[in-house]
Write a protein that binds this ligand. Structure first.
Ligand code: PEP
Ligand code: MN
Length: 282
């Protein structure tokens, strides 16, 4: 693997992401990502104004560093029925509610943007940190544009992405001049034997990629134990493992009534599990 990456560096295909004299990252709340581990948490989806405002205030009391919550949810299958305004997210109104939650709780916001059309102030003003979802991991027109803006970005690994492809995707953003970048590992496609062991786990945890990436880049790495496992019973132990193996932070899905989450109900944890995860930071 090292030879393969070193050849990409020699050929100038990788240049900025692999420069070990450079530092990347940004502030999450009061913490500098990369210097001390951060905890980003929140529901998969923004479900209503009351929900996100109340919940963000409770999460802030636990001492998280930023609030994650999706206003736009890329679903594997089209959602055909709207429920209380939610149809693959609350969309524009969801972002408005997220901003209110941020104002009330004092937490920075992390939320996913779907495409180039969202790179306008109307959207960006409501986000402190942009999340690029798995499905956009190699959307190069989007990554190239994200390189030109001055806003922190969390780039999630595509479920198929190899180490060189992760660095290649980062390189596109860095090439434009934006070095406020973090990589988020969120589980990958598992082999048939893995599915046999955990039939209902959607993705296979990719913990080993944390030290593997750190051999080649200083870009901070955030781990997502929620999508990586897909099942709430594994979220706490995988969070512990990710921090132990060197993650610079976690992004965790946590819901006031986990099994009733409008999206990703199987992997949502509740407040007590979040407090347990927070205890790993001491
Ligand atoms: C999410 O964070 O809610 C999400 C949709 O993640 P991913 O893009 O990793 O599937
Ligand atoms: Mn989710």
């Amino acid at each position: 693997m090292s030879d393969f990456i070193n050849k990409l560096i020699q050929d100038n295909k990788l240049q900025i992401s692999t420069d070990m004299d450079k530092s990347f990252g940004f502030k999450v709340g009061n913490k500098q990502l990369g210097e001390e581990p951060v905890l980003i948490a929140g529901p998969c989806s923004i479900e209503s104004e009351d929900m996100i405002v109340d919940w963000s205030c409770k999460l802030s009391e636990v001492g998280i560093d930023a609030l994650r919550a999706g206003a736009y949810k890329p679903c594997t299958f089209p959602v055909r029925k709207e429920v209380n305004g939610w149809k693959e997210g609350l969309k524009e109104s969801g972002l408005k509610f997220l901003k209110t939650a941020s104002d009330k709780s004092g937490l920075q916001t992390v939320s996913e943007i779907m495409d180039l059309r969202m790179l306008t102030n109307e959207y960006l003003d409501k986000l402190d940190i942009i999340q690029v979802g798995t499905r956009n991991f190699q959307n190069y027109t989007l990554l190239d544009e994200l390189g030109k803006i001055d806003k922190p970005i969390i780039l999630k690994r595509g479920t198929w992405g190899t180490l060189d492809e992760i660095l290649g995707a980062c390189e596109r953003i860095l090439e434009g001049g934006n070095n406020k970048l973090a990589i988020c590992l969120r589980g990958v496609i598992g082999g048939p034997s893995y599915r046999h062991i955990f039939p209902s786990t959607r993705w296979m945890p990719d913990l080993l990629m944390i030290p593997a990436l750190k051999k080649f880049t200083n870009i901070p790495i955030i781990y997502d134990p929620s999508h990586a496992t897909g099942l709430r019973e594994f979220v706490v132990p995988v969070s512990k493992a990710a921090l132990a193996i060197g993650a610079d932070g976690l992004i965790v899905e946590v819901h006031p009534d986990p099994s009733k989450s409008i999206s990703d109900p199987d992997q949502a944890i509740g407040l007590s599990e979040l407090i347990e995860i927070k205890s790993f930071y001491q």
